[in-house]
Design a protein. Structure first.
Length: 345
C-alpha cells in the first residue's frame, strides 16, 4: 500500500492543514539516551546540537577532525538535515584526561559550527538503536484555518490519539515508492546494486512497506483496536514480549495502554505470531509474493516492531500557527503523528 493511501485512525476529524520545516527551528528533535557515559574508556561521547546538517554530515566531519576512519564514529539514529537536532556521537579516541576533553569541546564547537552540550568517556561505541526515543518540538505553520480553530481541531485529534493510539507506520522517507520498487527488484534478483549501504536501504524499504501493509490491514479489519489470538504483544514499561494466548483476558491491559501488539519486520529470524495473527502475517507474504528464503538470501534477519503509538502531545498556539510537543519511542516517526493532525496528504 502506498504511503499516501494509508488510513487515518481519526478519519472523521478534520485536520489543521499547514506546513512543517519552513525553517530548521520549526522541527526540533532531541535524543533520549539509553545510557550515560561511564566516565572511563576509549570512546568519547559528544552530545551536540546542530542546525541544517544531517547525522552523517556530522559523522564525516568528526572523522576528518580527529583523522579517524569513518567507522570510528558511532551514533544511535539518523536525524534529518532540515531540523535542529541534539544527539550523542561516540569517537574512538583512546584514553583522555579531563583537560584534554575540555579542550576538545572548544575545538569541536569551533570547527563544526555546533553547540557541544557535554562530553564523557565510555568503554564502548554507540551503536544504531542505542537510544530510548526522541523528544520533538514542532511548529505547524501556514494553517488552513485560524490558530484558535487549528488548536481546537488539534486537541480533538490529540485526545483521540491519547486514548486509542495510532499505528506505528514507517514514515514516507522510509517507504518512498521508487525505493520500495527497487527494493523488490533486488530481492527478486532482477536488479544489482553494488553499493552495500544503498542495497540494504532499498531492501529494508520494501520490508518496511510490508510492515505498513500489516498495520493498515489491522485498521481495515478493526483489529487495530483489539488484540488477536496469537499476537506477540509488548509491555510498554519493560519492553518484554509474549504470546497472547487469551486475547479476551488481555484486552483490558491493551485498553489501559499497558501492552500493545507488535507488527512484523519480516525475515527468517523474526518471531512469527500464531493463530489468526500469524495467518494475517502469512497472507501478506503471499499477497506480495515474498518468501522468507528470499529474504534470507538477502541476509535480512527480521524482528518485531511496536504496532501502536500512544503519544502524550502538548499543544499551544504561536504567532505562526501551532506548536506540538511529544516524545516517541525509538524507530517511530514524528511525521506519522503529524499526518493525523494535519491531514495534508
Amino acid at each position: 500500500m502506498d504511503y499516501h493511501e494509508l488510513p487515518y485512525v481519526t478519519e472523521g476529524l478534520p485536520g489543521t492543514g499547514g506546513r512543517i520545516r519552513e525553517i530548521c527551528e520549526d522541527f526540533i528533535v532531541e535524543e533520549i539516551p539509553a545510557y550515560e557515559p561511564e566516565g572511563t574508556g576509549e570512546h568519547l561521547f559528544v552530545n551536540l546540537t546542530r542546525r541544517g546538517m544531517n547525522t552523517r554530515d556530522i559523522s564525516r566531519q568528526l572523522a576528518h577532525l580527529f583523522e579517524l576512519p569513518y567507522d570510528s564514529i558511532g551514533y544511535a539514529g539518523l536525524k534529518d538535515k532540515q531540523s535542529v537536532a541534539t544527539q550523542t556521537y561516540s569517537v574512538h579516541t583512546g584514553a583522555l584526561d579531563r583537560k584534554t576533553i575540555d579542550d576538545l569541546s572548544v575545538l569541536i564547537s569551533s570547527e563544526l559550527s555546533v553547540k557541544v552540550n557535554w562530553m564523557g568517556l565510555h568503554p564502548r561505541k554507540i551503536q544504531s538503536g542505542h537510544l530510548k526515543g526522541n523528544r520533538f518540538t514542532i511548529n505547524v505553520t501556514s494553517l488552513e484555518v485560524d490558530a484558535d480553530e487549528g488548536l481546537r481541531r488539534a486537541n480533538e485529534i490529540v485526545e483521540y490519539l491519547r486514548r486509542r493510539g495510532l499505528p506505528n507506520f514507517y514514515g514516507l522517507q522510509r517507504v518512498e515508492k521508487e525505493n520500495t520498487r527497487r527494493g523488490l527488484e533486488i530481492i527478486k534478483g532482477r536488479l544489482k546494486v553494488r553499493n552495500r549501504w544503498l542495497r540494504r536501504f532499498l531492501i529494508t524499504s520494501y520490508i518496511d512497506l510490508l510492515c505498513n501493509e500489516y498495520l493498515a490491514r489491522r485498521m481495515e479489519t478493526s483489529t487495530f483496536y483489539k488484540l488477536m489470538q496469537g499476537d506477540i504483544a509488548k509491555k510498554h514499561t519493560t519492553g518484554g514480549l509474549f504470546i497472547v494466548e487469551d486475547a479476551e483476558a488481555e484486552q483490558g491491559r491493551y485498553d489501559a495502554g499497558e501492552i500493545s501488539f507488535t507488527a512484523p519486520i519480516y525475515g527468517p529470524k523474526m518471531w512469527m505470531a500464531e493463530g489468526p495473527s500469524g495467518q494475517l502475517e502469512q497472507e501478506i507474504l503471499e499477497d506480495y509474493d515474498i518468501t522468507l528464503d528470499e529474504l534470507k538470501r538477502m541476509k535480512v534477519r527480521g524482528s518485531r516492531r511496536l504496532g501502536r503509538l500512544l503519544p502524550d502531545i502538548e499543544t499551544r498556539t504561536t504567532s505562526r500557527g501551532l506548536q506540538l510537543k511529544f516524545s516517541l519511542p525509538k524507530g517511530a516517526y514524528a511525521t506519522v503523528v503529524l499526518r493525523e493532525i494535519m491531514k495534508t496528504g
